[in-house]
Design a protein around this ligand. Structure first.
Ligand code: GLU
Length: 314
């Protein structure tokens, strides 16, 4: 196998917390162990919510953890590549213009549910003629653009979760481009994974549902899909998910509270896996303990008090 190229892809819309550190570390340590490349990709296509000061803070947090990236990429500097990919998909009929409003979609959805049908987009826009489209645009409507899925089963081997499959006929064609021309996360992510030759996509299991669509996009853009690993998410002892609002579990707060980075890294990597959670001072040793097949599928619960205990053992 050639050396891995992986990416950690946060949106710079807030501070990183210990759950984000798990994703960053699993990527960085997997690459480190095999002499691969660790890329930090800022998913900052949302120009309103992304802030340069958060991007700076994220780089500082990664440096503090001991995993500075080998390469930094900003999606906000790459719009021309997304435009090119969208045009390519349009030219082969895989990206089509839709004019329905939210209200119209909601109405159809409720009607389908009332009839006991799955609430899947009915592809009505595919049968619009050029004339229909001109009329809609004359009314002042602007199109949003959907990716036309192939109705087949997509299968993949997840390094954490094993064999996965999705029957794509059960999915709505996803919107890739909004009415105002901005991109949702899906297309830029795949375009960049191709451009950066990402070999392994290692991310939280909240993204499992995006995988089948992304595999179809890789293929539609003429690329082989990467290998996927979806890890379980960290939760508090009471089972609560870590949101950016949980400020005291941000990496900057943990650092300010006097914790060693190795205490945070040991917990972030080892909790919710087959390994006992213990203080590992050296990142190469911690990297040797990463085994995707031994990450649990249950949430990775931790108690904040464990951080102080680990710190005391360093
Ligand atoms: N920006 C996405 C996120 O932070 C990246 C997901 C991915 O790794 O594909 O959730």
């Amino acid at each position: 196998m050639s050396t891995p190229r992986v990416r950690f892809a946060p949106s710079p819309t807030g501070r990183l917390h210990i759950g984000n550190a798990r994703t960053a570390l699993l990527n960085a340590l997997f690459a480190r162990r095999a002499g691969g490349t660790f890329i930090l990709r800022f998913d900052d296509t949302d120009l309103e919510r992304s802030r340069p000061e958060y991007a700076t803070a994220i780089e500082e947090d990664l440096a503090w953890l001991g995993i500075p990236p080998d390469l930094v990429v900003r999606q906000s500097e790459r719009f021309s590549f997304y435009d090119e990919a969208a045009d390519r998909l349009r030219s082969v009929g895989r990206l089509y213009a839709c004019y329905e409003t939210q209200e119209e979609l909601e109405f159809r959805r409720r009607r389908q549910l009332a009839r006991g049908l799955p609430p899947i987009y009915d592809r009505a826009a595919l049968s619009l003629s050029d004339d229909d489209r001109r009329k809609l645009e004359a009314e002042g409507r602007r199109p949003h653009w959907r990716f036309k899925l192939d109705h087949r089963t997509i299968e993949w081997q997840d390094m954490v979760r094993g064999a996965g499959h999705v029957e794509c006929a059960s999915l709505s064609d996803p919107v890739l481009v909004r009415e105002d021309g901005t991109y949702l996360y899906t297309l830029p992510s795949v375009v960049d994974d191709i451009a950066l030759a990402v070999s392994h996509v290692i991310r939280g299991e909240d993204h499992v549902t995006n995988t089948a669509v992304q595999i179809q996009l890789f293929e539609a853009l003429g690329a082989a899909p990467p290998i996927f690993a979806h890890h379980n998410l960290l939760t508090t002892a009471s089972g609560e998910g870590l949101s950016k609002r949980l400020g005291h579990l941000s990496l900057s707060s943990l650092r300010e509270s006097g914790l060693e980075p190795a205490a945070v890294a040991s917990l972030a990597v080892l909790v919710g896996s087959a390994e006992a959670v213990r203080a590992v001072a050296d990142l190469d040793q911690l990297a040797a303990l990463v085994d995707f097949a031994h990450i649990s599928r249950a949430p990775a619960r931790f108690d904040e008090a464990e951080l102080d205990q680990l710190n005391a053992h360093l």
